[in-house]
Design a protein around this ligand. Structure first.
Ligand code: EPZ
Length: 417
């Protein structure tokens, strides 16, 4: 696919759109299949590059996966434990999830460090400390991690930060470990509940996901089966923020309000109109919205870092000023200079951005630097006067399936060039 988008801004967004399966639930589940011996069908699966990369890693372990519409057909009956090399882990950060799953299944694993990205160094020390607290031997050498879990024992894991990935890694690592393992200080994101539900459907015995204490009672083995992935709350939030920013009347289907309570509560302060139903959310906005004076990103259930760039665009054209603190990643304001080219007035100091709303954004040539900043630039381009060209669209394609088609269906003038 071409790597640029061209947008002619100023159109209101009107219509209905459906939210696909959650990227951040599918990716750990694609590692979790390693624990299962059999055929697995994953329904409501999106066709995005991060998913394709995880399938490529599974293929190196002789795990086949076939995509038919929105279902992945996976067969792990001939699985072999393989070293996961640098070229694979560099493509997708979620490759780190393979480590916990391989330790859970085979008690041994070798994997290259997944590396950082634009939004931060993204170390994996919390994952590794968790494994060590269960007796796993961890050796880090020349960019690789070699783990031996032959003497791993069920026990207590205490996190000093509610890391989403580390919570998921330890859940998978302990699923087939005799005895009861407890994770204290666990992250509470809905995607973690989805991973628990998937593993339990395949025969695991895990409870407490969604709270800060998760209990894993090890079982002998996990079998195959089918599972439908939860809807993507970040894709949903991106649609709502796009409608609020561009103005219009958009109904987002397959949208669970309780996954986005923090966002909805903020949006209600902006004077847009929101109607919540049991599986859809309607947002109407027909005038310039009011700024939210203070926003900070925090672990779930508070406002998510993955909606911070999209919210920044809304605040950049709202009436008033907003002080936004990014508490999760140390470098997640890469959108600011790009928005500045479009006329936004944003001053960054350390991990806080002060956003003074302007009347208008103007089309410009901008560049995506990471997944969510890229999606935010699409929103800015749809709002701006004139043409905007966005390069490095491959970042957006990591998490958004054919983004230009989805927003064109709502009336945006957006093309891949
Ligand atoms: C998951 O990343 C998501 N990715 C991220 O979504 C999301 O932003 C993040 O959780 C927070 O909600 C997937 O689920 C695939 P963390 P993860 O471990 O697991 C530090 C997107 O746009 N940390 O909760 O990597 C870390 O550096 C992506 O879809 C350590 O210091 O997030 C960060 O500052 C972006 N040591 C903070 O904790 C560790 O061992 C949160 O990281 C692990 C994390």
């Amino acid at each position: 696919m071409e790597n640029k988008l061209k947008i002619f801004g100023g159109k209101r967004l009107v219509g209905d759109v459906n939210v696909e399966g959650a990227k951040n639930a599918i990716l750990p589940i694609l590692a979790g299949v390693i624990l299962c011996d059999g055929k697995i069908e994953i329904k409501n699966c999106v066709d995005i590059s991060d998913v394709r990369c995880m399938r490529e890693i599974l293929k190196t372990m002789n795990v086949s996966s076939l995509a038919k519409e929105a279902t992945l057909y996976i067969d792990t009956q001939k699985i072999e434990n393989q070293k996961i090399t640098h070229d694979l882990t560099q493509k997708v950060r979620a490759s780190i999830f393979m480590l916990g799953a391989l330790l859970g299944r085979f008690r041994k694993a070798s994997i290259a460090f997944p590396g950082g990205c634009k939004i931060g160094a993204r170390p994996i020390d919390i994952h590794l400390r968790g494994f060590k607290s269960l007796g796993v031997k961890v050796v880090e050498r020349h960019g690789y991690i070699y783990c031996n879990a032959e003497n791993m024992k069920a026990g207590k894991v205490v996190f000093d930060f509610p890391s989403v990935g580390a919570t998921e890694s330890l859940m998978m690592c302990a699923s087939l470990l005799q005895g009861t393992t407890k994770i204290y200080g666990a992250a509470k994101e809905p995607e973690i509940v989805d991973l628990q539900n998937f593993l339990n459907k395949m025969g695991a015995n895990i409870h407490g996901a969604g709270t800060d204490c998760i209990e894993i009672v090890g079982v002998e083995k996990l079998h195959g089966g089918e599972y439908e992935v939860m809807p993507d709350r970040i894709i949903c939030g991106t649609y709502l923020l796009a409608a609020a920013t561009c103005g219009g009347d958009v109904t987002v289907h397959n949208a669970l309000a309780w996954h986005n309570e923090a966002l909805l509560s903020f949006l209600k302060q902006t004077a847009c109109q929101i109607d919540v139903y049991n599986d859809k959310i309607r947002l109407r906005a027909d005038k310039r919205l009011l700024s939210i004076d203070k926003i900070q990103t925090l672990p779930y259930p508070f406002f998510p870092t993955d909606l911070q760039p999209q919210m920044m665009v809304l605040q950049s054209i709202s009436e008033g000023a907003c002080t936004m603190a990014e508490n999760i990643f140390e470098n997640r304001f890469s959108l600011v200079p790009e928005l500045g080219k479009m006329g936004a007035n944003i001053v960054v100091k350390d991990r806080t951005a002060v956003i003074s709303g302007v009347q208008k954004l103007y089309g410009a040539d901008v560049s995506a630097s990471d997944l969510r900043a890229g999606a935010a630039l699409v929103i800015a381009g749809m709002k701006a006067e004139g043409y905007t060209t966005i390069s490095n669209v491959h970042y957006i394609d990591r998490g958004y399936e054919r983004i230009e088609e989805k927003y064109s269906s709502l009336g945006a003038d957006i093309k891949r060039i």
